[in-house]
Write a protein that binds this ligand. Structure first.
Ligand code: MN
Ligand code: MN
Length: 350
């Protein structure tokens, strides 16, 4: 964009004006709004009970969803089988492969808030293939023939893209598809991320992770929730195989991106902000607040790979570190001898 301007890896997503529809709001960040985010786009969406993000598909991105609050119901058209209908609550994730038809409906009680991540920075939730847009611009006789209804029925349908549609909130959790005689399925597209046993780093925090290992359908994306204690940090590291897109759920943080050639860009984050660390760029996330920091992290690879500073140091002979870093050999012996992943505040200077 502006080559003379220092890039920013922070975007204040929740401070943007939302797109408002029938019982729903959406705020999106693609590379057009957030120039650093060339590989991943994201959306924050809220649905009132009964309101739905209508039946649609994306031709150019898979969709990875994480529910922050409330509950929703999704339907997913499997091109090799019947529709899957699932209920999602806080901490659950979904993965919809590129090109698969889906819908998301708030089921109450209260609003459902979820984050969507797409493995394409140019992706916009505003440019999707929607059922109403398609039918409204198809010759009426074709729609009548295909749905086997009369002109009076087609005349009642939306005249253009609905995007959000609303109706009564489902009054129970029964699966409509099952009621219509489809076999009940154990969906492969839902994974209860926060129900897993997380990786715990005593005194520092926890990591929940869903890569293709834990969530096999999610071949093109992985995701993680980090909880970091005050003063602690996710240590200096880089991802050799993926860009990283961050949504700050709760707390305050500093995140810095190392771009080589002497450039480190440091930004301060608060709840509702989005951050980005390009593939291969070094970064850390440090909790600068007084309470637990919670960050949702998405990657545009199904395989989670991380090169962490402590692991790098631990895997090199102290003599190499002493020469490279210009420190006494005995000091080099005291550098981390095993991977840390997160570092607590009280470790500093000990
Ligand atoms: Mn979608
Ligand atoms: Mn990272």
């Amino acid at each position: 964009m502006h080559s003379t301007v220092k890039p920013s890896f922070r975007y204040q997503l929740e401070k943007q004006k939302p797109r408002v529809g029938s019982g729903g709001t959406t705020r999106g960040a693609s590379v057009h709004e957030f120039p650093a985010s060339i590989g991943i786009a994201g959306v924050s969406m809220r649905l009132e009970p009964g309101s739905m993000r209508e039946l649609h598909w994306h031709a150019n991105a898979a969709e990875w969803g994480y529910v922050i609050s409330g509950q929703c119901r999704t339907t997913l058209l499997n091109p090799e089988g019947p529709t899957e209908t699932d209920i999602f609550g806080p901490g659950d994730i979904w993965y919809f492969p590129r090109g698969w038809g889906h819908s998301i409906q708030g089921i109450g009680p209260g609003e459902c808030h979820f984050i969507l991540i797409f493995d394409n920075g140019d992706f916009s939730e505003d440019h999707t293939f929607s059922i109403t847009d398609w039918l409204a611009h198809t010759p009426k006789g074709v729609v009548e023939q295909n749905l086997r209804v009369g002109a009076d029925v087609v005349a009642k349908m939306p005249k253009g893209e609905a995007y959000f549609a609303s109706g009564p909130a489902p009054d129970d959790r029964s699966y409509d598809a099952a009621a219509r005689g489809y076999p009940e399925l154990v969906s492969q597209h839902r994974y209860p991320l926060l129900a897993q046993q997380p990786r715990r780093i005593p005194g520092c925090g926890v990591q929940y992770i869903a890569s293709v290992k834990e969530f096999p359908i999610s071949t093109s994306m992985a995701g993680s929730v980090l909880q970091i204690e005050p003063g602690a940090m996710r240590e200096l590291h880089w991802h050799p195989n993926a860009d990283e897109w961050q949504y700050f759920i709760e707390g305050n943080a500093e995140m810095a991106v190392f771009l080589a050639e002497g450039q480190v860009v440091i930004d301060q984050f608060e709840a509702g902000d989005v951050g980005y660390a390009p593939m291969g760029a070094g970064h850390y996330i440090r909790n600068t607040g007084d309470s637990v920091l919670r960050v949702l992290v998405g990657f545009n690879s199904g395989h989670y790979q991380s090169n962490d500073l402590s692991a790098w140091v631990a895997s090199n002979p102290p003599s190499v570190l002493a020469s490279n870093l210009g420190i006494p050999r005995e000091t080099a012996n005291d550098l981390p001898r095993s991977p840390l992943f997160m570092v607590s505040e009280r470790d500093a200077g000990e």
